[in-house]
Design a binder for this molecule. Structure first.
Ligand code: IMP
Ligand code: MG
Length: 433
């Protein structure tokens, strides 16, 4: 029988991260023990937390071993948290706990148990410690990760210097953003103006900045910075897209068909939600967007409703389409006469104040970059703000290590830590312009 709790949980699944919830529930035990009538000392309290974190580290290690052996089903963690993602590195949670505890007073708290944000910080910290000695590629989301929603990269942002520091360690840096301006380098240069003027004014060897890339429209428009011209240069799709992507990325008819389904669904839902005078629908070559018309704004619930219903409709559309094609193509013995239609990957997401459907997703974007640079997932880090099932950064979880931040200030905090660990590893390259 389905309980009210189950129903509640299922309906809120898009607002939860099951792995974080799992850790949170385990850490309730040391919290409760520390608040008991018999007072304990802080060392005992700390050891209780560490014991549980040690067990979680072991579960992750086993999950990685099972994955390598192609037997993920056998991992204990798969049974405990079926939706858990990939782990590209071990996560030193016990080591990270000391740092997070000094910032967020976990052990000393008696009334407020470890929260979602405490665990998110803990996982981020452990990921930074693990990847710092080996990182070769860092990809960043744009809006809300490097700059405020819809705004440009500010010139006075501390992130300018931090990204330059990453590049000075010969780490490749890419911004992988949903913002889609087809082939329009100038528009991306405007959005990234603060960072690009930081490059221009830097005293470091400018060749380092040739390792800076921008992937717009999730995975549709790739640009490379040219340190001689000081501009972003467009790289045509055929240069970097493998055949497995070309089969759908050149199928303009099916791409437009999918976008038309998305547009018509969004229009219907907008009407049903009574929002027709408050939003405008924009159809681009590789995306459809639903944007509030000022002074109106949409609530998080309205945005999630639009994103989730669009995901469902587009998945159903593609399934129906491929079933009907297979029926038509059956040979006399009933077997399909040609391979099924390739699915067109898409990303329908809540962008914080708008809803978008993009062709492709950031998993494809990060994978293309990884393959191009020959960088494995355990040396690649994606930093983003949208890791719920209605977000567009979650797709990168199956491509590389990830860090989940909620603001450019948090990105700064994470990068300060990463760059200080890099400094201990090796000194940055200095040079003339
Ligand atoms: P990101 O956070 O950098 O991935 O950017 C997401 C935001 O980019 C969305 O919320 C939109 O406001 C904006 N955007 C502009 N053009 C597009 C597009 O073509 N597709 C998706 N988002 C877009
Ligand atoms: Mg974002």
């Amino acid at each position: 029988m389905t309980s009210l709790y189950d129903i509640n949980y299922q309906l809120r699944a898009h607002k939860r991260d099951r792995f974080i919830e799992f850790i949170k529930s385990l850490l309730l035990t040391p919290f409760i023990l520390s608040t008991g009538p018999k007072s304990s000392d802080s060392l005992t309290d700390k050891n209780r937390y560490l014991e549980i974190l040690g067990c979680i580290e072991e579960l992750i290690d086993e999950h990685m071993r099972c994955r390598d052996a192609g037997q993920l089903d056998l991992a204990h963690l798969t049974r405990l948290v079926p939706s858990v993602g990939h782990f590209y590195t071990r996560l030193p949670l016990k080591e990270a706990f000391d740092i997070i505890n000094s910032k967020r007073s976990l052990i000393g708290r008696r009334f407020v148990p470890p929260s979602f944000n405490d665990i998110r910080y803990l996982l981020n910290e452990a990921q930074i410690i693990a990847i710092a000695p080996q990182v070769e590629l860092v990809t960043f989301d744009g809006d809300m990760t490097l700059y405020a929603d819809g705004k440009d990269f500010p010139e006075d942002s501390e992130l300018v210097g931090l990204i330059i520091t990453l590049l000075s360690h010969n780490i490749k840096v890419a911004i992988v953003t949903a913002a889609g301006y087809p082939g329009n380098a100038k528009r991306y240069e405007e959005r990234l103006s603060g960072l690009l003027s930081g490059f221009k004014n830097s005293k470091l060897d400018h060749k380092l900045f040739d390792n800076f890339y921008v992937f717009g429209g999730e995975c549709n428009y790739l640009f490379k910075y040219n340190s001689k011209t000081l501009h972003l240069e467009y790289i045509p799709e055929e240069v970097y897209q493998p055949e497995s992507i070309r089969v759908w990325s050149t199928d303009e008819e099916r791409i437009q068909e999918l976008l038309n389904v998305a547009e018509s669904h969004l229009k219907t839902r907008v009407k049903e939600l009574g929002l027709e005078n408050r939003v405008s629908i924009l159809h681009k070559s590789r995306a459809v967007g639903c944007n509030p018309i000022a002074p109106y704004s949409l609530t998080r619930e309205q945005l999630d409703e639009l994103a989730l219903s669009t995901q469902t409709v587009l998945n159903e559309h593609q399934m129906d389409r491929s079933k009907s094609k297979n029926k038509r193509l059956r040979t006399s013995n009933g077997a399909p006469s040609s391979p099924a239609l390739p699915i067109i990957p898409f990303c329908a997401f809540n962008g914080g104040s708008d809803v978008w459907v993009d062709i492709g997703n950031k998993l494809i974007g990060v994978k293309i970059l990884r393959e191009w640079f020959g960088t494995p997932g355990n040396k690649t880090l994606h930093v983003g703000d949208q890791f719920l099932s209605t977000g567009n950064d979650i797709a990168t979880r199956t491509a590389c290590c990830t860090i989940w931040i909620t603001s450019p200030e948090e990105t700064q905090e994470m990068l300060e830590q990463l760059t200080s660990m890099l400094k201990n590893k090796k000194s940055p390259k200095k040079g003339k312009k």
